[in-house]
Design a protein. Sequence first.
Length: 357
Amino acid sequence: MDDLRQKYLALVSGAGDEATLEDVRLAALGKKGEISLKMRELGRMDPEMRQATGAALNRLKDEIDLALRAKKAALGDAALDARLKDEWLDVTLPGRPRAQGTIHPVSQVGEEVTAIFADMGFAVAEGPQIESDWYNFDALNIAPEHPARQEHDTFFMAREAGDDRPPHVLRTHTSPVQIRAMQAQGAPIRVIAPGRVYRMDMDQTHAPMFHQLEGLAIDRDISMANLKWVLEEFCRAFFEVEGVELRFRASHFPFTEPSAEVDIRCSWDKGQLKIGEGDGWMEILGSGMVHPKVLEAAGVDPDAWQGFAFGMGIDRLAMLKYGIPDLRAFFDSDLRWLRHYGFAALDMPTVSGGLSR
Ligand code: PHE
């Protein structure tokens, strides 16, 4: 009896987990456990012997049972402790990280401009940034010997010797999207095309990569008057000043005839630019009636259709509207600059909400 007692109490205290402990319980007290088998032998004993042995066996059984329970509770506590340690969580930590990013002024102004023209029925069109020189120049009535090819300070894509595929350039303006949109859609058409353009140029107001917004409207009888109204309407909404005044200056582009550059009335007051008042003028875009040769190149019949096109610099518009003096800083990725000039991520510009709010 003492041997059994020592054996099982040692096994119980040595069990390292609940499964081992259960094995010990079965070995001692299970149906075929050692102590249970001993109980069965009681029937073959004489009454006195049976009483003494039975009582001792019962005590042993109770003792082991008690030890098992105590050990089980201890193992359970230890497991819980381990889990608590494992799954520990500092609930005093801030629940959400502070928003870090801001919307870049170029993205913001791109959204504002798109919202205004969408409101006037213009859809958004796109084209590739690596463009064939046919789309970038020829189709826009810029002949190979035309000085505009040089004026555009074009980046040409490198070519292997013997490569006779058509030459490609980084597009110097968004005007090739006019051609692509008309080829894809025909006339009538009303699209804008915002996007990146490239020219070898770098100073306070020029970067080798910048952003333009192209506009194109073609129908049976669209005239300069429609162009003027659309641009005035745009400036009023974009600069959020009622009495904007525009000046149309005769100009020349190979892809429009007649052509006009458009200036907006403004003044400089102690380094601060004011749009819509004063006696200064600031050029903001190029425009004109789409040249018949351009329509033809894009597969649109110039005897049946006509319309206007314009192109403006998105970065330039952002500088004007938000008083940002140096264009180069736009592309420096300086976080301090972005926090200063950037916009909150959830403020989507809308015409009805007042774009800049
Ligand atoms: N593509 C011209 C430029 O980049 C702008 C322009 C577009 C002018 C459409 C007239 C019509 O300077």
